[in-house]
Design a protein. Structure first.
Length: 278
């Protein structure tokens, strides 16, 4: 391995490792990142069980918890990925970010290090949920959730979760980079990111709801939820699964969304601002 390769990948590895170490040292963050979505899934699943009408593409026996399962998995990805980028604001205040920026390393290395750390955390926690969630049926808190447990399907699901995690971590990076307060980040989370998740088909089917259907279709996260829903089914490429877009379209849109967010992250990192000198 030549020196240029080491100069690129060593910062990526170091920054990603730092994100992982920081996360696992904060035990309350570990519990909260997985505990809150689990509670949401159990409570909303129980509360909306009687009023839920399965969409046209689903089996008549589908419960709300079954429908909500891929959506809550995407919620874990989003929360973990987005909140991992709050460290950008903290690192700027502590002076660590300025030290990284003056180092003779490519800006892409800085971006990929932060994104890799956040994406790994998101994938790990989501996979844990995908294991723990169906297991709750043994204590009466969850229904039997039909999942495709073939090796190919499991690897494809983890791969798609990784792509989605990079996309959302990069989105959080773009939002967090110009900010100098965590309060502002939480405000954006409330007015932009939560509605983005709610309007992704995760919480309720798109259906025929006029202008709201168009918002759901234009939301890039919709294709992440749909892709994950398809990969969990017996036949991801079936025309009747998930009711929205085909699996290739989901992959294409999610990949484009990821590429755009990563490019914006690199652009913002390479741009000099007064915030970087603080």
């Amino acid at each position: 391995m030549n020196s240029s390769s080491v100069g690129f990948w060593l910062p990526v590895y170091t920054l990603a490792q730092r994100e992982l170490v920081r996360f696992f040292r904060q035990r309350t963050r570990v519990v909260g990142a997985l505990g809150q979505p689990l509670i949401f899934w159990i409570l909303f699943g129980a509360g909306l069980r009687g009023s839920f009408q399965p969409p046209a593409w689903a089996a008549e026996t589908m419960t709300y918890q079954e429908y909500f399962f891929p959506g809550i998995a995407v919620m874990i990805v989003m929360f973990t990925a987005i909140f991992s980028t709050i460290s950008i604001i903290e690192d700027r205040k502590e002076g660590f970010l300025q030290a990284v920026l003056v180092a003779p390393i490519p800006r892409l290395s800085i971006v990929m290090g932060k994104l890799t750390g956040g994406a790994l955390l998101a994938v790990i926690q989501t996979v844990l949920f995908l294991v723990i969630g169906p297991a709750l049926k043994f204590v009466g808190l969850a229904p039997t959730i039909p999942l495709n447990l073939s090796v190919t399907a499991i690897l494809a699901t983890i791969g798609f979760l990784t792509l989605l995690s990079y996309s959302l971590t990069a989105l959080g990076y773009v939002i967090a980079w110009p900010m100098d307060s965590t309060q502002g980040f939480h405000a954006i989370m409330s007015v932009f990111l939560m509605p983005m998740w709610l309007l992704s088909g995760a919480f309720f089917p798109a259906g025929e709801t006029g202008w709201l259907s168009w918002v759901i279709w234009l939301n890039p996260l919709t294709y992440g939820v749909t892709g994950l829903r398809r990969l969990m089914s017996a036949d991801p490429f079936s025309a009747g699964v998930a009711g929205y877009s085909s699996m290739p379209v989901c992959l294409l849109v999610t990949s484009l969304f990821c590429a755009v967010c990563v490019m914006l992250s690199v652009y913002l990192t390479g741009r000099r601002t007064s915030n970087d000198a603080r």
